[in-house]
Design a protein around this ligand. Structure first.
Ligand code: HEM
Length: 501
């Protein structure tokens, strides 16, 4: 039997703010005052290298006074900020987590079905102070973050882009669940309209991601913020040992660091469009060349339990792609709307790739070159020479991936999800803005060879044409001419903006 379309409230999701918690205020119970104090002074304690000492001397608090979901969320935020600060806050990372952190943290994590490490939920979803309700389309500057490691505006902005992303993207969730229901009743018009609106939302979301550079300096991100986001996998084979003071310490645990790959919203966008990523690395038989096969699926373990189950539910009922394949021929508005969403996801991933180059690759190369220069100036032959070229050293994401090959692979997978369609020579559809249409043209330019080859044409075109012959080739010719025009426009205007990886 087909599962019903999920009801959002069953999964701790809201139609207006999605996966984001509406508010996670500071813990008011005086019993937890010490946690709030440490978190309030986190940057100062870290700068003074006093955080480990302070946490080591905290009392071991119970979770008995946490009552509301908001309080349980806030406890997770406080404890994971303290944890990552404790581990990464001094020159040498600390592997052993003391009982004042271990005992409450493991309980809070069991409550949320989250791992005991800083995740996207604690860093972004639950880490903003001001209620976002009431604002029709909150921008990052309208919001305030409650905890940071560094106290910098850059770190606030880094989280706030994601918070705004979650709230601006939230309407897509009910929109596309309704589209799934509409596809079940073969309501092509509604599915088409929903996909068109989805494509518009993607444009706005991409513009938001592109605002990262406005207030987050790549050097501050790379050298000051990013080290605190690392997971215990970055500690090598040992991992983190959580000491509870009562039982013999267990073996070290290894977790990935905080990453936007843990955003349920972005996984929802892929799922609903039928963009498939490899299943969990533990169950995956095929391993990608980057060794990161299954990473996206693995990231579900870093989402709060209800959100993870929501995605599992959606995966079982996602029908939009199949519906478009079945009902939308290559010329249809339905297929154009579907492909506009795929293109939108590609453009968003390209913007993200550029950002990763700017915020990780470039600063890591500069740091490598500086270190090399210092080594040469010292004439230090006692230490091993640094790699001759930065490429020799693999830069990894906080989630632990070999980042550029991994992200490019995901982007390519997204673009391959496009369904074959014939480019229309007519003007752009009214629901797509001009920049998006130009980006589409640039994409088309890359597909020019495919488009000019009759083999590329799907069987449906032959069906439309009554089985082939002259019309078939006229159709190919028209499509090729349209593509050539778009190719020229695309190469002239856009190619430098969307490529690069
Ligand atoms: C300075 C800003 C950012 C940097 C340096 C960055 C870096 C990375 C890296 C290295 C990965 C690979 C996985 C890992 O190892 O962690 C990743 C994955 C990902 N990031 Fe970002 N990220 C940034 C901001 C964002 C923002 C603002 C969003 C969206 C709101 C985002 C969405 C994603 C997604 C969805 C993935 C999973 C791969 C995919 O689905 O394409 N990132 N990011």
């Amino acid at each position: 039997m087909t599962r019903p379309v999920p009801v959002l409230s069953d999964y701790d999701i809201s139609p207006s703010h999605g996966f984001l918690a509406l508010e996670t205020p500071a813990l008011r119970h005086p019993y937890y005052a010490k946690w709030e104090e440490v978190v309030r002074d986190l940057d100062a304690l870290l700068q003074a290298k006093k955080l480990r000492h302070t946490i080591g001397h905290l009392p071991v608090l119970s979770t008995d006074y946490l009552e509301t979901p908001a309080e349980w969320r806030r406890a997770y935020v406080c404890l994971t900020f303290m944890l990552n600060g404790y581990v990464w806050g001094e020159e040498k990372p600390e592997h052993r987590i003391p009982p004042p952190l271990t005992v409450p943290l493991l309980k809070v994590c069991r409550h949320w079905e989250l791992p005991p490490i800083a995740t996207y939920a604690g860093l972004c979803l639950w880490n903003h102070q001001h209620p976002v309700q009431g604002l029709p389309c909150p921008q990052p500057e309208d919001l305030v973050v409650s905890c940071t490691f560094t106290g910098t505006a850059d770190e606030q902005w880094f989280y706030l882009i994601s918070v705004a992303f979650e709230v601006q993207g939230a309407p897509v969730i009910p929109l596309m669940l309704d589209a799934i229901a509409a596809a079940r009743t073969c309501n092509t018009v509604q599915v088409t309209r929903s996909l068109q609106r989805f494509a518009q939302h993607l444009e706005a979301l991409t513009s938001l991601v592109d605002r990262m550079h406005e207030r987050c300096d790549p050097k501050i991100f790379y050298h000051r913020i990013r080290p605190f986001l690392a997971g215990s996998k970055a500690l090598g084979s040992g991992g983190l040992v959580y000491v509870d003071g009562a039982t013999p310490p267990e073996a070290g645990r290894r977790y990935a660091g905080g990453s936007n790959a843990q955003s349920s919203l972005i996984q929802f966008l892929d799922l609903v469009l039928g963009i498939a990523h490899p299943s969990s690395s533990s169950s995956s038989s095929s391993c990608s060349s980057t060794g990161d096969s299954g990473f996206i699926a693995d990231m579900r373990a870093y989402m709060p339990g209800p959100h993870r189950r929501f995605l599992e539910h959606v995966a079982q009922i996602a029908n939009i792609r199949a519906f478009v394949e079945e009902r939308g021929d290559a010329l249809s508005e339905l297929r154009a709307a579907y492909n506009a969403c795929i293109d939108g996801m590609c453009v968003m991933r390209n913007v993200h790739l550029r950002m990763v180059a700017r915020y990780i690759i470039t600063p890591s190369r500069i740091a490598g070159a500086d270190a090399q220069q210092q080594q040469q100036q010292r004439g230090d032959s006692s230490v091993a020479p640094l790699p001759a070229s930065p490429q020799q050293k693999t830069v990894r994401g906080t989630g632990g991936t070999e980042l550029i090959p991994f992200l490019s692979q995901i982007r390519n997978k997204t673009s391959r999800s496009r369904l074959p369609a014939v480019a229309s020579a007519r003007s752009r559809p009214p629901w797509i803005t001009e920049p998006a249409a130009r980006r589409g043209a640039a994409r088309l330019s890359r597909e020019k060879n495919q488009l000019a080859t009759p083999v590329w044409l799907p069987p449906r075109i032959a069906w439309v044409d009554g089985g082939g012959g002259l019309h078939y080739y006229l159709l190919v010719l028209t499509a090729s001419m349209a593509a050539t025009v778009l190719v020229v426009v695309g190469y002239r205007t856009l190619e430098p903006n969307v490529s690069g990886f």
